[in-house]
Design a binder for this molecule. Structure first.
Ligand code: GDP
Ligand code: MG
Length: 798
């Protein structure tokens, strides 16, 4: 009996809940668990939803939802009391209601122990053989497709379960092209087997897994029977079935259905999955179809999910993917929906958009993405015994070079080097132009306005503030231009793949590497680039350690200090600083990793085929990133720049020198106030003010120090080496070497800069994380600078 058939006032006990994963999960959370008693509060024939009472709560369920819950009614229990031997053994003096309760519970338990298992797989993968050997029946086994035309059912007892095994026709996919495919699909969705056994031919695994990816979309309970395992072993191939199972989110059981090896283990696993006994056995994964298609899926799915009644029977993600593929059956299903207009408009839009970017139509783009997923999963788990590949595709040939164990890293490094060279060398030109333009604009506006704080606010606060954001735009766009080419061509996936093992050692992911390296250029785009990392944990940790990658903005400070204080070996000092950043990044990854909730489940790194990137797509990505940078960063940064300007400008001492103004401004006061805290590092208050200004942007450290040492500079001119600048000479005369070293260390590590802070806030989605991370960097900076100062004092005593 199903729950929706119960009438008002009737009671029943739950046997099981059918349907796909997220639906079942929701119902289980509401208390619809096997063995629980449920009572109908109100079920009028035309009423929807129906009201129920379960474990003392009232809940309402749609008719479609209640239809998927199997129950035992009182009436059925009464019949069982008469016919069932076990129940006749109940004590005679037991009261009627308790007796009935016992009977319901008993029947529910018994029925719960009868499971329906469907065999799904490609033609000729050995389904019928598996069916025969497990159920003991003798279906005809053939070696050509089309032998099994409709479903055969067999029954057998396994452990204390009654298993109904259904042998479905073989299909390569679950599209609606052939009658077999439609039949299998209908069977999976309408008669809802409790567990699906996906039979996979291990000797032809890549093609077989395509069907698996579609089962994953449907979000059913699946166990994979990796059949013909004998052939795989015979060929000498190696397959890490545990890891493959993790990656696919389902248990993988090697079987040989010719001689029955692995079959008992297969059904043991089926039962475990059915009972939901072990969370580690299965997890719900989404196959990543790439950023663009995922965006389309999200958009169309929102419209489809608007039709609540669909959610009981179908995973809306599955429906969406099928609808995007142009599936006729799904189109028919959706055609009667009130918002079909919105749904089909969204699809038309998205199809055009994705075709414009990817260059192929939506359907093949989805198929490609699925194969990229399979390639990635197999690349991590499958080793062919010998490379006997008669038909090598272009992708294979390119891969043979770029993922070659000797050539992979050099090629990768050369490419990276080139990208950085282009970003910063070519980027320098537009940067200069923007700087000049901003300077010109400042002068022009300045000459139009009367002197006073308003003019200074507009020129030094607003225009200069916006300018300091704008100058990075060329860098960001050039960097993204190349990244987008590497991504669209398919190379980026390989790059992530070759560093994956290395990154795993520090608890990160292959995809963390590129953002980390980008951090050497500018932390802001680097943090934005962490979006490609699916695992929340890896992403958070990657973002957290990017600030330790010394960005280009910090370089002038190191150059200045290294030149002044370590004239013999400035390069060594620079390298040492960069290395310190990297070491601390690694240590921090290990430490922070301990505090972030672990979701570091393995993800498949898709390996798409190589493809020529299109100009249109490349330009679009580049432009989008540039826009994102300006939109998300600009407003907040502007506010912060004005704040920093304000702190340095007030209280006003217009008649005094610039250095006097700095010293007696709010920022100077703060600098002096924190002096005691910074004293152990050997810093004087001028250096503290420089550091405070550096909170705005690291470039400001030098210019602020320049202002404050301006007068002192004259005094020390000529005292240092001849090619020292005035500032270097002044610093050398007043700052001990050990303190200079500590200062470099502090600059490397402390509060990244406002733009990075805002990026952290935007990408983590929380101020709390951004603030915590900044506090963390300041703490680390202080401790390391202190250590550097103390050690420095031993080498260069004052
Ligand atoms: P179906 O089309 O999926 O139902 O596949 P069949 O059960 O009809 O099997 C197709 C062919 O594969 C038959 O010749 C089987 O004998 C053979 N076969 C099935 N399972 C195995 C296996 O585990 N190992 C090997 N080597 N052959 C198998
Ligand atoms: Mg068959």
């Amino acid at each position: 009996m199903i729950l929706s058939d119960l009438k008002t006032g009737e009671k029943a006990v739950i046997v099981r809940v059918h349907g796909h994963g997220s639906f079942r999960k929701r119902l289980i959370e509401m208390g619809f668990i096997k063995g629980k008693e449920v009572r109908v509060v109100l079920n009028a024939p035309l009423k929807d939803p129906i009201e129920y009472e379960i474990i003392g709560y009232k809940v309402s369920l749609r008719r479609e939802e209640a239809r998927l819950i199997e129950v035992v009614t009182e009436e059925e229990a009464r019949e069982a009391l008469v016919s069932d031997e076990h129940l006749q053994g109940l004590p005679a003096d037991m009261e009627e209601p308790r007796r009935l309760g016992e009977a319901m519970a008993h029947v529910a338990e018994e029925r719960h122990h009868s499971i329906r298992v469907a065999l799904v797989g490609n033609p000729n993968c050995g389904k019928t053989s598996l069916f025969n050997i497990a159920s003991g029946s003798h279906e005809h086994v053939g070696n050509y497709s089309g032998v099994t035309v409709d479903a055969k059912e067999g029954h057998f007892k396994f452990r204390d379960y009654e298993i109904t095994l259904v042998d479905l026709p073989g299909t390569y996919s679950l599209s609606a092209y052939s009658p077999e495919e439609l039949y299998v699909r209908k069977n999976l969705l309408e008669t809802t087997p409790d567990v699906v056994v996906n039979v996979v031919d291990a000797s032809n695994i890549e093609r077989n897994l395509y069907l698996t990816t579609q089962l994953i979309d449907m979000n059913l309970r699946v166990v994979m029977a990796l059949n013909m395992y004998d052939e795989l072993e015979h060929k000498g191939d190696k397959l890490d079935t545990t890891q493959l199972g993790y990656l696919l989110g389902m248990p993988v059981c090697p079987t040989v259905s010719r001689d029955g090896r692995g079959i008992p283990e297969l059904f043991d696993t089926v039962i475990k999955i059915y009972e939901g006994a072990d969370d580690r056995l299965a997890r719900h994964i989404h196959i990543n179809h790439g950023a663009e298609i995922e965006k389309s899926i999200k958009r169309v799915q929102r419209h489809i999910a608007y039709n609540e009644e669909l959610k009981a029977t179908y995973s809306t993600r599955y429906l969406t993917i099928k609808y995007l593929e142009g599936d006729k059956e799904v189109e028919r299903l959706l055609s009667g929906k009130p918002n079909i207009g919105d749904i089909s408009d969204a699809r038309a839009d998205e199809m055009e958009r994705v075709e414009g970017i990817v260059g192929t139509n939506m359907e093949s783009a989805i198929v490609d993405a699925k194969y990229a997923f399979i390639q990635g999963a197999l690349a991590e788990t499958y080793r062919k015994y010998q490379e006997e590949r008669p038909r090598r595709t272009i992708t294979d040939r390119i891969d043979a070079i770029v993922t070659n164990q000797w050539a992979a890293f050099p090629i990768f490094l050369v490419l990276l080097w080139f990208v950085f060279w282009a970003t910063f060398t070519i980027g320098q030109y537009p940067m200069d132009w923007i700087e000049a333009g901003v300077g010109w604009l400042g002068n022009a506006v300045g000459s139009l306005m009367a002197d006073g704080w308003l003019k200074d606010l507009v020129v030094d606060g607003c225009i200069a503030g916006v300018g300091s954001v704008l100058v990075f735009l060329p860098n960001i766009m050039i960097l993204y231009f190349f990244i987008s080419i590497m991504e669209d061509s398919g190379y980026m996936a390989r790059a992530a793949f070759i560093v994956d093992k290395l990154m795993h050692r520090i608890g990160l992911h292959g995809k963390s590497f590129i953002p980390m390296v980008m951090g050497f250029g500018c932390n802001v785009p680097a943090i934005m680039a962490t979006r490609s990392i699916e695992s929340r944990k890896s992403r958070l940790v990657t973002m957290a350690i990017i600030p330790f990658m010394s960005c280009a903005g910090r370089l002038p400070i190191f150059v200045l200090f290294a030149g002044a204080f370590f004239p013999g070996s400035p390069a060594t000092a620079l390298l040492g600083i960069y290395l310190l950043g990297i070491v601390l990044a690694i240590l921090s990854a290990l430490v922070i990793g301990k505090f972030v909730k672990d979701d570091d489940l393995p993800f498949v790194m898709e390996l798409p085929p190589y493809r020529m990137p299109t100009w249109k797509a490349t330009w679009r990505h580049t432009w989008e990133k540039g826009k994102q940078y300006l939109e998300k960063m600009a407003t907040t940064i502007l506010i912060f720049s004005i704040a920093i300007w304000f702190l340095g400008y007030f209280p006003r001492h217009a008649d005094k020198s610039a250095a006097y103004q700095q010293e007696h401004s709010y920022i100077g006061m703060v600098g002096k106030a924190i002096e005691p805290a910074m004293e152990p590092l050997g810093f004087n208050w001028k250096m503290d003010v420089g550091l405070l200004a550096g909170v705005g942007a690291k470039e400001l450290v030098i210019s602020t120090l320049g202002v404050m040492y301006a007068q002192d500079g004259e005094q020390y001119e000529g005292m240092g080496d001849e090619d020292d600048t005035a500032l270097q000479a002044a610093l050398k005369a007043t700052v001990p070497t050990a303190a200079a070293l500590a200062f470099m260390v502090f600059v490397l590590l402390y509060f990244p800069c406002i733009a990075t802070f805002v990026a952290l806030k935007n990408e983590t989605g929380s101020w709390r994380w951004a603030i915590l991370l900044c506090l963390y960097t300041i703490l680390v900076a202080w401790i390391c600078a202190f250590a550097a100062f103390r050690i420095g004092l031993l080498i260069w005593p004052v």
